[in-house]
Design a protein around this ligand. Sequence first.
Ligand SMILES: C[S@@+](CC[C@H](N)C(=O)[O-])C[C@H]1O[C@@H](n2cnc3c(N)ncnc32)[C@H](O)[C@@H]1O
Length: 197
Amino acid sequence: MTHTEKTDWESKYQNKDTQWDKGEPSPGLVDFLLNEKLPDGGTVLVPGCGFGHDVRAWARAGFDTLGLDIAPTAIIRARELTPEGITAQFSKGDFLKNDHPTEYDWLFEHTLFCAIQPEHRADYVRAAARSVRKGGCLLAVHYIIPDEDGPPYGTTREEVCQRFESEFDLLKDWIPRSYSNRTGLERMFYWRKKKNQ
Ligand SMILES: C[S@@+](CC[C@H](N)C(=O)[O-])C[C@H]1O[C@@H](n2cnc3c(N)ncnc32)[C@H](O)[C@@H]1O
């Protein structure tokens, strides 16, 4: 474990205590990649990628994708689950530290913001800002729940907007299609990094 994490994610993976994993990508991401008019290709960072379902969804849509996770067992399994012909990269790393490549065209967030200790949220926003190039995009699926004893730790639409709007301009936000046990509890935010930062 690193000093930034109270939860021992590696032990959770080793003990198969991974109830967040649904064996498929975020339904909201699947719909976004299908329905949104996007530029062809580009680079995408998916921090806290777990077994990499979202990483493979971006890769299948033609993006050059890196999945990052603090837990080595998650990275090993993510690689095993990636069939030949899907060019997705996976790497062990701590998103909150400056130890991964930056200046991506896209950053995709799905249940990492709610997984980290709330006192590290300012670090998270800084890490998000340095991970995305000017004019690049942040697509996030946030868990809008009241829980204080996480993970997952709750948040509100107001908190998400207040934290990210210094670095990113909000293009739109909406309630996405979700896994059945999260229906109505998620909200997607589509941001563009400010060009003058
Ligand atoms: C709730 S799980 C979500 C996994 C995946 N996004 C999904 O939805 O299936 C949170 C993930 O974030 C990883 N994680 C926690 N803190 C991290 C950090 N500081 N940097 C990178 N990954 C981290 C954990 O190991 C875990 O895989």
